[in-house]
Ligand binder design. Sequence first.
Ligand code: PRX
Length: 588
Amino acid sequence: MKVNIIKKKFNPKANLKDYEKEYKDFDINLFKAEIKCFPDGKTNAAYLATDIHLKGPNKNKIALYWEGENGQELKYSFLELSEASSKTGNLLKNIGVEKGDRVFIFLPRIPELFISFLGILKIGAIAGTLFAAFGPQALEDRLKNSGAKVLITHPDFYSRVKKILPQLKNLEKIILIDEKNRVNFLEEKNLEKSPKIDNCQFYYSLMEKASSKLKVSHMNLTDPAFMLYTSGTTGKPKGVVHHHQAILHEKISAKYVLDIKDNDVYWCTADPGWVTGIAYEILGTWALGASTLVYQGRFNPEKWYSLIEEYKVNVWYTAPTAIRMLAASGLDLVKKFDLTSLRHLASVGEPLNPESVLWGIKAFNLPFHDNYWQTETGGIVIANYPNLDIKAGSMGKPMLGIKAAIVDKKGKKLKPNKEGALVLKPGWSSMMKKIWRRPEKYQSYFKNNWYITGDRAYKDKDNYFWFVGRADDVIKTAGERVGPFEVESALVSHPKIIEAGVIGKPDKMRGEIIKAFVTLKKGVKPTKTLVEDIKNYVKKHLAGHAYPREIEFRDKLPKTRSGKIVRRLLKAQELGLPIGDTSTLEDY
Ligand code: PRX
């Protein structure tokens, strides 16, 4: 295979001057004083992302540029962000939230999402974020397992929550964001009265009564700070818990991988419902004092370019599917905008194909820098860097402080160019702390003194890592991680379906799409209308992004003798690959 190498001219202004040297010399202990930000040696990630700036030149600098989906614009300085999050912390304390309680956020990308997240961490509670497209089933799984005590949500989302309330025994309070009172509150005007909605309370009414003076909780480095549910091959989504010291790795990687500088305007297109939006839209990047742009609206090439132009974005962090969609919208569109503010481009979440890296050069005169990590790693672990040549299609080299290897089943390192399991040496600061209520699941990630990523890869003789694929059935569709089991469970709850098997099917634009194979109840006709009905059913019950774009009706599904549907076989058949050993399968 011919590899396209993008040679880099030495940039003396880049944060990381010489990757090989800095990787060799890196010593995390030199950064430990930074994380122990209180005199008693304790820490708080939200303090490090906001309040710490009040002592320095960034106090009145814009921390958050926000643009709503209808074009509303707002700005929060670090001081304003600090005060609003402290008030939110007090608001939560006033309604009984204590250290260690789980407070979940189910919101669109509005300023209150970011403010609440910080407020929760400031009082030592554990923040959980829920993606805005989740339906009742996805919400129930997460809120029930976490035992969330408080939910902060939006009146427009409340109908989805209401459906599952009887199942949420631990949920004591629901706070709704009364968006129409945001400006009244900010301008210190009287608030408009909100309509009564069940027993919910309204955010700005509570904010009015809360003080902005908060004694931020002093936390141990390994106290839990936030949790995110993510999918595996089997079972319900699992709650990955991260600790306060995660911010250290996130800050260092934001500096050296994303090349963020103090005066930058930075735009990360991810949603804080997923880990990227937390690590590199809230914690790591605000810890560096960057001004962050948040756009609430959906993907739209013209709008995205106009945002870069208007806010003079310097560093842009996005995802392969978005890059491919931008490329499909053509170069002529790009050329209509002045995008010369851009200095560094990065991408994460799924394989970045070489054409996309090169398209960056055509469109913006800059390559996209791919990097690799997972919800569980809490921060970037393999990356391409400003001063390092890019081999288009490779994920790059291990991040400073990270030891990565390719190993065989026994944990033995493999030679260059040999495919194996991608593993990491445990111990970096943003490595997950536990899986909520599932200690055995947490333990299963570690073998032979390695953390097992579940991905297959190889590294070449120059130590560049190349992604091959998942070792399990986890699906990555448009960068979002979906467990086949969750989709199958939603499908079999449809009144006309008996069984379902779900796979990821390669797709040029989205990386993978979800394909479902289903058997129908006796007498049900496999019509086109039924296909649409099933898709809508999954969208509504599970999540807007996790529905099967393709559905195939079958009389029978391949199963093991113990009755488990064999996704591997469905995938092999779909892709026309050898079906392998079928001796343990039931006749079918
Ligand atoms: O399979 C890998 C893929 O995404 C998985 C992690 O997904 P998630 O936990 O949702 O975290 C996404 C935010 C970082 C990985 O196990 N993945 C992630 N980045 C890349 C990737 N696959 C190929 N290339 C990447 N750069």
